[in-house]
Structures are given as structure tokens and as C-alpha cells.
Design a binder for this molecule. Structure first.
Ligand code: C5P
Length: 424
């Protein structure tokens, strides 16, 4: 599948703040999405992270001096910032220090990054990070406003603990938010801004004893793809994940859980006031009635009979109690996919079920692709066919955005009952 930034040249500007190390992760994410990333560092930034790190990860020379010559240009020697300025599809500066904002607002060209910003017509994304008093200072505010008025996209810093030891607004925004802004600058969707989504993912593990458990083949890739894309499209996402071996997406809120009972607790807790809950987890349906404290031994206790009890059906409880506006479930089936999906839609009172075939080589738990159909509570059916998990995630989020667009945004604290009253 084509990745969203395939063949796009993205210039990553890194300026001199503690958060410069986070630009390494941003570079990695942009590369994962297919971008050809070139890094421009201010001199101060090189005191925080060595250029070699960015060179190794980007595959290109880092440049910082305005007189740097482009060693990578196929046409021989070119002035780096001019050549790059013309080929760049987007420029993202993260972290952007107060000093950088001042120099960019003034149009200074005394280093490679400043010169590049003057020479390029590519969209600019700035993600500031600094001490909170510096961020709120009228000089910084004015510089940011100047840049925004000139068309820059601002990814506001987050609130939280700062390097200075203080707490306040000034932390570099989440990497996925910055990636989202780059995607948006390049024409990507931002239809989930202001929405809060809860996504569950992966299998659960139900312990038999300290070493054995009951689980399933879920890889967690579907849930991770949904969570990641939702964040890129602007949503605040909480990912509740069972034990998975694949790395979890770089989100601010990830809640690792192990058992169905833990997933139940975390989901009901997070679902309150959310815009949507997407149950992509393969929750175990049964768990041993009690987990042995010590490893069961074949010779002493029979292991051929394990008493099982039903786990809480989280999706059914969400459908019955409606703590969030849109409730989405998955139906992983080996056969009669549509019939079972429809049945699940009704029984669990979901708004949308993603019915997909599992258990074939092409489609299923550990494959790249998924043969999926979207079943809506109003009877509509969207056949997606055999597509990648990223495409399923994209179509599913289109559907969620569309369902949410029908109603005004809810505040986090609004109780479900108040909503049904308001609707009469
Ligand atoms: O009933 P079944 O397990 O086939 O339903 C699948 C859907 O229900 C998935 O969305 C899954 O996350 C959810 N589920 C749940 N709690 C369970 C079992 C399944 O929320 N105990």
C-alpha cells in the first residue's frame, strides 16, 4: 500500500532546546510514512543531539550553516538550502525555540534553516517547545502570530512537567499531533479534531496459573492502526492494549492491560464522555474461574479440566449503557461473516460493526490485509473487500467521523442520561 508521505520531501528543522531529542522520533515516524526527510539543524541544536544521529536515520547529510554545500545533489554541487527549498513538500520545525520563532518572524537568514524558510514556498509546520513563561511572553506570542498570519501551521505545545522543573504549557506536542499537522499541510484529513476516541486492541490473557494462560492470535495491529490514524486526523486517543509484541504507536495515552477484567475496567472508565469507543480488541470470552497461585503440576492436579467462566462482554455493556456517542465493535469470523456481523450489531446494540474474515492466509489476525465489511445500525452496508489494515482503519474512521458529524460535540463531563433527556 502507498504510504501517506510516499516520495514527499520533508525538511525537518531542529532548533536548540531540550526537546531536540524528540525530533529523532519525529524523523523516524515521517520516514515510516514514506517521506524522504532532510534535516536542518541550528547550531544550538547540535549541542543537544549530534547531527550524526539524524544523518544515520535520514540517510542524508544534516546541514546547519548557511554556506553548507549540498553533498547529496545529483546535479553536482548546489547550494543546499536553495536546492532543498525548491524540492521540499513541507517544512516542519520541531522543537521550535523562542529564539527560532523570533528569528523566523523577522525573516533572518543567518543559518541554513532560516535561509531555507525564506527560499521555500512549501507549507510550514511549527511545533514550539520552551519554558512556560517564555511561551506566554508577549514577544513570543507576537512572533507566533506573525508566523501563523503568514500561513504557518502551529502545533500548540502541551501542558505538563517542563525541563525547568516547573509545570505549565511549553512541552513539545505529541509526535502524532505534529505528524498529523504535516499530513494536513499536505492535504491529509483532519476530521477528528476535538474528538476523544477510546480504542481497545490486542488479545487478553486469562491466567490458569502463574505460567499458563488462555489467549488468542490477535496481533494488535488493527487497533494500533486505528489509534495512530485517529491521532493523525486530530483526535485525542486513548489506546487500551492487551499484551502485544509489536511496538505500540507513539500516543500520549496508552493503557496496557492483561486480562478481560482489566480491559473491562479501563474501557468503562475511559469511555465516559468519549465521542467514540472502538472495540478492536479480541477479548477472551472465557477465563478460568480462579487462577492458581502456584504452577499446577500434571502429576498432582488434573489439567484436562479447567473450569471456565464468561468474561464481561464490554461491547454489550457499552451498547446497553451508552457512555460514549458512537460504539464500534468488530466481528472476526471464519464463516458467514455478514450474518454473524449483523447478529452482533443487534445483540450488542453497536452503531457500527466491522465484520471481517479471519482464519485464511490472506485475511486475519496476523496478516497484513483484512477482508472487511462495515455494517451500520441504520442498515447500510459498505463492502471494503480485501484491503490493508490501514485502509480498514481509514474507512472505519471516515464512518465514525460521519456518525459524529450528525451530533454536536459532547463535553467530557456530560452524563449519558442528560443526553437522552435533551434528545427527548
Ligand atoms: O462476541 P464476540 O466476541 O464475537 O464480539 C466481538 C466484539 O465484541 C469485538 O468488538 C470485541 O472487542 C467485543 N468483545 C467485548 N468483550 C468480550 C468479548 C468481545 O467487548 N468479552
Amino acid at each position: 500500500m502507498a504510504t501517506p508521505l510516499d516520495n514527499r520531501v520533508v525538511v525537518l528543522g531542529v532548533t536548540g532546546g531540550i526537546a531536540a531529542y524528540k525530533a529523532v522520533e519525529l524523523l523516524r515516524r515521517l520516514r515510516e510514512l514514506g517521506a524522504d526527510v532532510h534535516v536542518a539543524m541550528t547550531r544550538a541544536a547540535t549541542s543537544f543531539v549530534g547531527p550524526l544521529t539524524f544523518e544515520a536515520l535520514s540517510g542524508h547529510r544534516v546541514f546547519s550553516d548557511v554556506l553548507d554545500l549540498d553533498a547529496g545533489g545529483a546535479a553536482g554541487v548546489q547550494i543546499g538550502h536553495v536546492a532543498l527549498a525548491q524540492t521540499a513538500s513541507a517544512v516542519v520545525v520541531a522543537p521550535a525555540t523562542a529564539d527560532f520563532l523570533a528569528r523566523a518572524a523577522a525573516g533572518r537568514a543567518d543559518d541554513a534553516l532560516g535561509a531555507l524558510l525564506l527560499a521555500t514556498r512549501a507549507p510550514l509546520v511549527i511545533a514550539p517547545a520552551m519554558e512556560h513563561h517564555m511561551w506566554s511572553h508577549p514577544a513570543t506570542r507576537a512572533n507566533v502570530q506573525t508566523l501563523v498570519e503568514r500561513g504557518a501551521r502551529l502545533v500548540e505545545p502541551d501542558e505538563g512537567a517542563l525541563a525547568s522543573g516547573a509545570t505549565g504549557r511549553g512541552r513539545l506536542a505529541a509526535i502524532e499531533a505534529i505528524v498529523g499537522a504535516v499530513l494536513e499541510a499536505l492535504g491529509g484529513k483532519r476530521d477528528l479534531v476535538g474528538r476523544r476516541l477510546v480504542v481497545t486492541s490486542g488479545p487478553t490473557r486469562e491466567p490458569i496459573d502463574p505460567v499458563r494462560y488462555i489467549s488468542n492470535r490477535s496481533s494488535g495491529r488493527m487497533g494500533a492502526a486505528i489509534a495512530e490514524l485517529a491521532a493523525q486526523r486530530g483526535a485525542r486517543v486513548t489506546l487500551i492494549s492487551g499484551p502485544v509484541s509489536a511496538p505500540l504507536p507513539p500516543l500520549d495515552a496508552v493503557i496496557p492491560v492483561e486480562t478481560a477484567a482489566e480491559m473491562h475496567r479501563a474501557t468503562m472508565d475511559q469511555a465516559r464522555g468519549a465521542d467514540a469507543v472502538i472495540m478492536a480488541a479480541a477479548v477472551a470470552d472465557y477465563a478460568p474461574s480462579a487462577a492458581a497461585k502456584r504452577k499446577l503440576s500434571k502429576s498432582e492436579q488434573p489439567l484436562d479440566r479447567i473450569e471456565l467462566v464468561r468474561t464481561p462482554d464490554i461491547l454489550a455493556e457499552l451498547g446497553a449503557t451508552r457512555p460514549a456517542r458512537v460504539i464500534v465493535g468488530f466481528a472476526a469470523e471464519t464463516h458467514e461473516v455478514l450474518e454473524h456481523g449483523r447478529d452482533k450489531l443487534l445483540r450488542k446494540k453497536a452503531d457500527l460493526i466491522v465484520a471481517n474474515r479471519v482464519g485464511t492466509a490472506e485475511s486475519g489476525f496476523d496478516s497484513d490485509d483484512s477482508e472487511a465489511v462495515l455494517l451500520f445500525a441504520d442498515g447500510r452496508v459498505k463492502v471494503l473487500g480485501l484491503v490493508s489494515k490501514e485502509v480498514v482503519a481509514a474507512r472505519l474512521l471516515d464512518a465514525v467521523a460521519e456518525l459524529l458529524a450528525g451530533e454536536p460535540q459532547r463535553s467530557r463531563t456530560q452524563a449519558p442520561r442528560a443526553r437522552s433527556k435533551a434528545r427527548g
